[in-house]
Design a protein. Structure first.
Length: 184
């Protein structure tokens, strides 16, 4: 059995046939449980499993709090990325200390030292700048009584991302844990 293929199959099945979930259930936890089942099977004791699930729930709550602070401008975009990536790195390190390096590698596909920068800061900040520019342009056009359509002189995110990718050498990505990143 190919673990990645089996995990993908389970995720698709979960999304096609969602169980009625109570407000306390979290799809991300169900996805994480599927990852554990596929990669480790029954070899992980329930205490360790619960501890890992608690760490993931805590990570998601922290992410939601940070993102809320970002949206309300209580923290700057760069602070959001740095704080989230730091929390993620710490969570992976805690998971690795619970599982041990070999089991962690089997579950996540890479050592914890390679898994801290989930959000690419440069791309996130670039996207933030583009969104700010578009909002400013819409406001200015509306104030002038013009259509808020895009300005042809404003580069698209795709154009800027292409320029960014040319500057930055691509890295091979390892399989990541199920994690939902909330976009603006």
């Amino acid at each position: 059995m190919d673990p990645e293929r089996e995990f993908a199959r389970r995720i698709v099945a979960m999304r096609r046939n969602p169980k009625k979930q109570s407000p306390h259930d979290d799809t991300r936890v169900a996805e994480f449980q599927a990852l554990i089942d596929v990669c480790l099977g029954q070899e992980l004791d329930m205490g360790m499993r619960r501890h890992l699930e608690e760490l993931q729930v805590k990570l998601h709550k922290t992410q939601e709090e940070l993102y809320s602070q970002y949206l309300t401008k209580a923290i700057r975009p760069g602070e959001y990325v740095d704080s989230f990536n730091s929390q993620l790195k710490q969570t992976f390190e805690q998971c690795e200390s619970i599982l041990g390096p070999k089991t962690f590698l089997r579950l996540f596909g890479a050592p914890s030292s390679a898994m801290g920068g989930f959000i690419d800061k440069d791309i996130f900040l670039l996207l933030h700048q583009i969104n700010d520019a578009k909002r400013s342009l819409r406001k200015a056009r509306a104030a002038e009584g013009l259509s808020p359509a895009s300005d042809p002189d404003l580069p698209s995110f795709r154009d800027l991302l292409g320029a960014h990718k040319k500057r930055k050498a691509p890295e091979k990505k390892k399989r990541s844990p199920p994690l939902t990143i909330v976009d603006e």
